[in-house]
Design a protein around this ligand. Structure first.
Ligand code: EPU
Length: 360
């Protein structure tokens, strides 16, 4: 058999990239033109710089858990971030007072970082257990769940700025963090996250539990602490119950997590919601409501099926691929949901995953 031809370049590259559905948790998306797998930071920066120099479109791919890729694939080069490395300072198993600084390469799977933190009694990320994807992705949309957000523990984010072709490090206060938002999301594609540094406290107990459902599961009150490992287990159990822990054998988990963000409404718009709609008052006077609830009430129950796509049987906010679906089918269902919620409640749902080569 002849050797497959590989385009010139220093990076490991697959000769004939397979479809992106093999690299996304929704298992959707056609092929890219080229695929480069970067296992070191030097390779990652070189790959992106090389493509930018010739104006080749680049898609930087982490865990593929927050992407909706067109059936036509990506007409450019996908750079898969597979960098590794975690360092802790001080690096000791002896409990120290104060905290620990944890520096993590972008390609490290996020849940491995959480598992390690819990095992070594570092607190601050335990409620973010079971979230798919890579560590480099977590600052982009300020990943959050069960009362914690990564913005509460991120000290700094080191990036490659594609616009100026230089490295830039941002302290937490300069990251522009908001609900599922950051300066990195605000300028899509400009920043390639290379490394994230976390500041964690040391102790056997979790950070104060800030989410009612989690507090109930743990048998504590809001604001109380619980053993770190118990919090991780409780979060994993809750997430499994909502189909939010990846499982190859379970179609309910073939999703990109929440498909829509929870709408944040001004007081006037919030007043127009039905009386029994969930409401979470925000410090600035706005009101966050539940996208899952609006979807449910607009006539799309758990398990609502349309051909080969369906709402998860466990949570109305996750759109799932039941096997062999297309991106077009998924987007058609998402549009139908968005239109129905808009008609009934005057609220425009915004998609949370990033769309590539397509839009809602
Ligand atoms: N609800 C329904 N129907 C459902 C599910 C939920 O009506 O099928 C209503 C209930 O009233 C419930 C409320 O929605 O009380 C909130 O549900 P849940 O606690 O599951 O949280 P969520 O707002 O739907 C958010 C995040 C999740 C995160 C959970 C837990 C967003 C867009 N989603 O979901 O994050 O795991 O809280 O903290 O903020 C993700 O971003 O991909 C993600 C999974």
């Amino acid at each position: 058999m002849p050797e497959p031809s590989v385009a010139e370049g220093p990076m490991p590259e697959t000769p004939m990239p397979g479809p992106l559905r093999e690299l996304t948790t929704l298992r959707l998306g056609g092929p890219p033109r080229r695929l480069v797998v970067a296992t070191s930071e030097a390779e990652l920066v070189a790959a992106v710089t090389e493509m930018d120099a010739v104006d080749e479109p680049v898609l930087v791919l982490g865990g593929g858990s927050n992407l909706v890729v067109s059936d036509d694939g990506f007409d450019g080069t996908v750079v898969a971030v597979r960098t590794r490395g975690i360092s802790a300072c001080p690096d000791t198993d002896v409990p120290t007072c104060g905290g620990v600084t944890l520096t993590v390469a972008a390609g490290e799977p996020w849940d491995d970082v959480v598992a390690m933190a819990v095992q070594r009694t570092w607190t601050g990320v335990e409620a973010l257990s079971g979230i798919p994807g890579s560590t480099g992705a977590v600052p982009i949309q300020n990943v959050g769940a069960y009362g914690q957000e990564v913005s509460q523990t991120i000290a700094s984010v080191r990036t490659w700025d594609r616009r100026t072709a230089t490295q830039q490090t941002f302290a937490n206060a300069d990251c522009g963090f908001g609900y599922r938002d950051s300066r990195f999301k605000a300028e899509p594609g400009r920043w390639v996250v290379l490394e994230v540094t976390f500041q964690l406290l040391v102790g056997e107990l979790s950070a104060p539990v800030g989410y009612a459902e989690l507090a109930r599961t743990l048998g504590v009150r809001i604001g109380e602490r619980a053993p770190l490992a118990d919090v991780r287990e409780a979060v994993l159990e809750l997430r499994r119950g909502k189909g939010m822990v990846l499982d190859d054998a379970d179609h309910d988990t073939w999703s990109a997590g929440s498909f829509f963000t929870n709408p944040v409404l001004d007081a006037e718009a919030a007043a127009r919601l039905p009386g029994d709609a969930p409401r979470w008052e925000q410090p600035d006077g706005s009101v966050k409501t539940s996208a899952a609830w609006l979807i449910d009430r607009a006539g799309f129950a758990k398990g609502h099926t349309h051909g080969r796509v369906a709402l998860s049987g466990k949570h109305t906010l996750a759109l799932t691929n039941r096997g062999g679906a297309s991106t077009d089918e998924l987007l058609a269902l998402a549009r139908e949901i968005r239109e129905s919620v808009r008609e009934r409640y005057g609220v425009s749902l915004v998609n949370e995953p990033v769309t590539v080569g397509c839009s809602l």
